[in-house]
Design a protein around this ligand. Structure first.
Ligand code: S3P
Length: 170
């Protein structure tokens, strides 16, 4: 199996922040699937959704997964919330799930300093009711694909990245 950490979880659970903190502390590179897609398409995720549609974006995620499988090693990969659905997820590295309840995630997003922009850039979070439904639909699927599950509710970033490092050797 490839020596990458593949960080999955629901929108707003803190994948990007965790990935950056981990990369800094443990001296490795972090790449983010949404950033990779945005740079390849030269367009923001929300605009890809609006102009080309969700299925086009999902296809970009699969192309991104194929590229990671072919070309990425020894890296920390933070993924968009729907990336767990790519066909080759398990070939990309050790899959780590950041887990928290919907209410905790919603509270984290809506009380952030830049709450407006955090919600605006996520088209699937535009309507909280729909986002909650999506959370419920995905909850079990995330657990099923994860090699390691990290409960992040009310834990410090320091302890979260320490726990990942302890549980996954890459
Ligand atoms: C999505 C999550 C987003 C982004 C896109 C779709 C999803 O990433 O990939 O808006 O399907 O859950 P984050 O999880 O970083 O918000």
């Amino acid at each position: 199996m490839k020596k990458n950490i593949i960080l999955i979880g629901f929108m707003g659970v803190g994948k990007g922040t965790t990935a950056r903190a981990y990369a800094q502390k443990y001296n490795c590179f972090n790449i983010d699937t949404d950033d990779l897609i945005e740079s390849k398409e030269n367009q923001k995720v929300k605009d890809i959704f609006a102009e080309k549609g969700e299925s086009y974006f999902r296809n970009c995620e699969q192309l991104c997964a194929d590229w990671i499988e072919a070309s990425v090693e020894n890296s920390f990969v933070s993924c968009g919330g729907g990336f767990y659905n790519v066909s080759n997820l398990k070939q990309l590295g050790t899959v780590v799930l950041l887990d928290a309840s919907y209410d905790w995630i919603f509270n984290r997003l809506s009380t952030a300093d830049n709450a407006k922009s955090k919600l605006k850039k996520r088209p699937l979070f535009a309507e909280p009711k729909k986002a909650k439904k999506l959370y419920k639909e995905r909850e079990k699927a995330y657990m099923k694909v994860a090699d390691v599950i990290i409960d992040v509710e009310n834990k410090s970033m320091k302890s979260i990245i320490k726990e990942i490092h302890k549980k996954v050797k890459v």
